[in-house]
Ligand binder design. Sequence first.
Ligand code: FES
Ligand code: FE2
Length: 414
Amino acid sequence: MDIHNQVLRQLRNRRDGFSLEQPFYIDQDYYQLDLEMIWYRDWLFIGHDCEVAKPGNYVTLQIGDYPVLVIRGRDGEIRAFHNTCRHRGHRVCTKDTGSAVRLVCPYHQWTYQHDGSLMSARHMGENFDKSQYGLKPVHCRSVAGYIFICLAQEAPDFAPVHAMLEPYMVPHRLSEAKVAHQNTIIEKGNWKLVWENNRECYHCAGNHPELCRTFPEAPTATGVQGAADDPVIAEHWARCESAGLPSEFVMSTDGQYRVARMPLIEGAESYTMTGKRAVGRALSDDVKISHIGTMLLFHYPSTWNHLLGDHAISFRVTPIGPEETAVTTKWLVHKDAVEGVDYTIEELTHVWDMTNDQDRQIVEENAFGIRSPAYEPGPYSQAHEGGVMQFVEWYSNFMINRLQGDQAKLSVVA
Ligand code: FES
Ligand SMILES: [Fe+2]
């Protein structure tokens, strides 16, 4: 049986409320199918507008087999291209980030403009038509300081994503922020295990002493059910919304992305050991109240986020192999905040550095156990793991839709 039909059959027969079967977490062919059906075809968060603040600033990244380049042009526009030279395919930009007046391929110096057009190619003869050899474009959109790309020939409509995210995120003015610190960790586990772990706080009390000082482990905060019925959350939403901060839980109909503003515990304002702000300078001048909690955004399969009063943290998930995933964390502060005066990197990053490493260990031990021939799908907690069930249902429906080309609908949507 070919892999498409095998995966389709397994997902259609999936036991509801249970984890996936072993090959979804370890098998090379299943991983390849994930890349082709999801990662090569949908919108992916890659970084922030402020990382390419000036014309010529660029960032590169690798999605499966695709090297990609994102650059801001002289016209201010942010564009994405396949980072593969139209001469013989050398990567045009070989660094993670940089700034270039023109993009010069290191191999034979074919030279491209910021808009991808080929400007010069030495010794290619009189009849060489440069207009045929521009860098191949990749779909690129930016919303409220977040850059998304899509590798597909025809990208899914980005307008609904834009419409949902923009009002929630614009007040935080992340397009004017700066990345104070970032790091990338490698987790030896399938990308779906990274997400399953992210979508519940059933594990938090036993694993995250630093995070639990400020982040509520209640499933209403992390999951998909019951947030509106929680009086603490309802009051938080009312207070923030009356201050001009959209806050209520909203999820796309297919369950791929959601926004919601959640309170932190016991009057905490930020993810620090004391609960006090890590950054003296507020992230946004448009936020007029304190104690706004955390604006949670996820967009499967590539990002989850926490937007606080004093800083924001973005997380980018990048699959590396069937059992290897990179997680890149960026801490954003107001562009005028000064390190050593308004914040220290140690205090800003401590809680999530610890939390990320704890999650890495969890994911790796989870992957370790799943490799056992004795592993079989286990039941999720209805009370605490609604978010995980929602993720697995999204994944399953998304794959089924793409594999068979029709529309299954999510049943678990708050
Ligand atoms: S491969 Fe880029 S110039 Fe030759
Ligand atoms: Fe965790």
